[in-house]
Ligand binder design. Sequence first.
Ligand code: ADP
Length: 367
Amino acid sequence: RRKIAILTSGGDAPGMNAAVRAVVRAAITRGCDAYAVHEGYQGLVDGGDMIRKMNWDDVQGYLTTGGTVIGTARCKAFRERSGRLQAAKNMVKEGIDALIVCGGDGSLTGADLFRSEWPSLLVELVENEEITQDDADEYAHLNIVGLVGSIDNDMSSTDITIGAVTCLHRICECIDSISSTASSHSRAFVVEVMGRHCGWLALMAGIATGADFIFIPERPPWGEDWQDRMCAEIKKHRDLGKRKTIVIVCEGAIDSNLEPITAKGLMDLLTDRLHLDTRMTILGHVQRGGKPCAFDRNLATMQGIEAVEAVLSSSPDIPSPMIGMNENKITRTELMEAVALTGEVAKAISRKDFVGAMDLRDPAFNQ
Ligand code: ADP
């Protein structure tokens, strides 16, 4: 009888509970035992009561609940081999041979490392006499499957991540509210939204709310005179009779010299240059809280079921998969590859040659 565990790790994302529910119920349906590891990797390192068997009814109500009921954590210990050794011991002790991790790129990087180290962790545990050679033989192959829970939509190899659409809806609701007060007072608002290396939320929210200007890390505003061009654009909108100005800035936005573009800097700019009554709103954690939207509930459900299927159809020669969605289909890609590619993109954004490579200095590109 397979024992499949699920944990949620890193930043919480709406829909993580739906993923846990789907994994638990799909595992039970397929004749497996389901376990929830509480507090992310910390629960794996601590073991004991943190790893709990789940029954069908234990996940009642999970579908519609925001955040993650089983808890998440940033776990320092898991970044060290000694922590991962402890985690491996607890898994073998509980008899768990498959782990489904729902988290962002950090969590999935950790998952990939854990998988690659697994055989050597078992050897070390046998040497330390913490497990027997029979245990090591029985648990020689660890199945790891990644589910991407991230509001930023910042993972490569998938079109969308669990939580991103809910977060986008929430941002749009907030900007709609800001818009009505902005119009009333003829004010300008600079709204900062989440996204460390990824401007998806800012870009999509900007399009959905008809913002005047959007700043994202992937495409810094071109040239030294971007402030002039932004002010000219906003003035043009005002001259056309628009009573409100909305500028959306992603928290990771940078200029072409890789200097951060901040909400405060933009607010001062609009105040000083255009003499607009400008306010700034940093949306912060309201963006990630609350009920998941229907899309995220369904995405997490389909992907949770697929994760269990991936565990059951795996073999020692198949690398660990990451469950994604591409062109409207639930997909499996290699976790290792997706993690590596995501790392490359994040690194590229913080490099000047990337800015050049995207031809951002070419005026034609910015028309
Ligand atoms: P997210 O998964 O949302 O990107 P983090 O980057 O904070 O969030 O990662 C969550 C947890 O995953 C970390 O606290 C740590 O326990 C684990 N983790 C992240 N990166 C690594 C790594 N390179 N090696 C081992 N564990 C990692």
